[in-house]
Write a protein that binds this ligand. Sequence first.
Ligand SMILES: [Zn+2]
Ligand SMILES: [Zn+2]
Length: 367
Amino acid sequence: MKVRAAVLYEAGRAFQIETLDLAPPRAGEVLVKVAAAGVCHSDYHLVTGATKHPMPVVPGHEGAGIVEAAGEGVTRVKTGDHVALNWAPNCGECFYCLRDRPSLCTTFIGPVWQGTMMDGTTRFSKEGDPVYHFSALACFAERVVVPEECCVPLDKAVPFDVAALIGCAVTTGVGSVLNTARLAPGSSVAVFGAGGVGLSIIMGAKLAGAGQIIAIDTNESKSDLALEFGATNVLINSPDVVKDIQRLTGGRGADYVFEAIGLPAVQEQCLEAARPGGTVVLAGLSPMGSDTNLPGSIITRQEKTVTGSYYGTANTARDFPLYADLYLQGKLDLGRLISRSYTLEQINEAYADMLSGEIARGVIVWE
Ligand SMILES: [Zn+2]
Ligand SMILES: [Zn+2]
């Protein structure tokens, strides 16, 4: 079938809207009519070249839609299901899955980073040449074929734009609080970065019963947003911001400090902003190959813990429906994350808005 999709031909170029051929799902695969796809920074890493990937590629890894067809042997979903898409499919059987760390599953890493389905081939093509799938999802397209492991059925009461954000920003942010940090009630929290992930961390911290929640961003327009989501204090990042955080936390620093951007210099600020015995959670994806200077002398003497959080240490089959339920109960205000909706044709504008730092999250929607 023919589908409209946003294609990136090489780093440094704009997204191009194209009509591609989409082959039907093979065994273990599912055809999904995409209804919403979030505009996440990780796709933009393909544009800057910070993430290397076979090209041309259809980006998009934060999506939701309706199952239209299932290939042979598919058991997890059926036609008509509403699904949020998981960009880190897990097998349930490998070393990490068996230790309840499915976000570290190794089974599908090879084909996912080759931009193909699990059999090493693409379902997208243009005039017979392969067009690659980003993160096994490629959801900047009106229809996609994905491995069934990427599909998590959700309650049909959840709007598609909210379901899409559960697929990346919300799970990354809320999960870093609930799963990675296992935040204790009453804790003081500092969050660097108030985009989709950072605001989700603020929501997660509030849900977990945090005391103080200090949001730090470079963009003044994020301050009001952060307060709406539950921040108790907002600070504009500056070389003095660590002192400000210490001042707000009895001179000690925060119990938990979250980095939601992926910038080495900010990761270093996070270590300083954590109190002795405190925990730094690195949740933002830094460019591949980038380095951080986190001094061991301080980590040891002040017993600070530094931990990574990849995809919110999620078990997506467990966590996507949990976050959807919390949304339906009014305990996670996920609708508020969506600042603007765009058509697929407006994708370059959507990324320009994201880079301006003015909006929480943009979402591409289809009718
Ligand atoms: Zn993302
Ligand atoms: Zn696994």
